[in-house]
Design a protein around this ligand. Sequence first.
Ligand code: NAI
Length: 331
Amino acid sequence: MKTITVFKGDGIGPEITDAVLEILKAAKAPLDYEIFRVGEAEYEENGALIPEKAFASFERNKILLKSPITTPVGKGFRSLNVTLREKYDLYANIRPAKSNAAVVTPFKDVDIVTFRENTEDLYVGVEEQIDAGTVHATKIITRRASTRIIADAFAYARAQGRKKVTCVHKANILKKSDGLFLSVFREIAENYPDIEADDKIVDNVCMQLVMRPQQFDIMVMPNLYGDIVSDLTSGLIGGLGLLPSSNLGKDYAMFEAVHGSAPDIAGKNIANPTALLWSACMMLEHLGELDVAAKIRRAVDQVLAEGSCKTPDIGGKATTAEYCSQIIGRF
Ligand code: NAI
């Protein structure tokens, strides 16, 4: 039995976490859970977004399944997600977007994995008020951080039998910062003659993704582009309810849905738990529990393919609880 840490966040966080834990237990995942409330409610009651004992649990267990947390825009506390990624050096954010034949979108056969650098770029959060009408934000790109995410993208491509890695950048304008990222990409690509390497400017990538997404395989990019472009890839496959992710570092690993706390649908029992569930599958695969992960993935595919039990975001009428019990019924 492996003990993992679970953070229940804000908005739809608690309901999708409960659904996923129920499914993991029904699938007999060999896991014990240390579950913590984090986010706004915890802050209001106890003055900290993440209680110390929750940090301590993650530091002990090294594996975190995390649900979304609300981040106030333009004021208040710093994003907890950014804090976690920095504190535990979770430098590789991996976001696989794969079409599911049962979810109808205008795009077919999408199978793209985004590798997003997770610790620097504009997300270092260094902003300076120069005068009343001027703010500067600092974008940081280092050889060290670029090297490890790009090397991971190529290693993943080789290990998974993928064909191509595309570097996404804006080096035509940001000649030094994105220029460094691109030059590191070209250096590392030399070591992988078996994998096709190309690069594209981020605005062109957005256009190409909606015109011909099938041309992309693995994409690697700095933090901000990765955040935005991977949301775009979720739109290609049916929305944020279907995009899981892992955040990996040398010592720690965190698994979470790409979507936020979805306050517009919180508490209505209609949130799609699939993104968090597939994140849990990525976690099981990371832990070597391939059979349980495959069992859950199979059950989800069966329920989606059968068609009568889908949540509203992907065109159905089912509640979170109904969808969850259908999945459990397939084990
Ligand atoms: P969001 O991802 O929460 O919602 C965007 C749209 O997608 C909404 O219409 C929502 O209903 C829908 N949606 C998202 N997840 C869904 C699901 N599982 N099932 C069905 N529909 C779903 O993005 P938004 O509204 O920009 O952000 C809300 C809050 O979440 C903000 O405070 C933001 O900072 C935070 N956030 C947190 C993240 C995290 O904790 N990892 C990531 C992104 C945003």
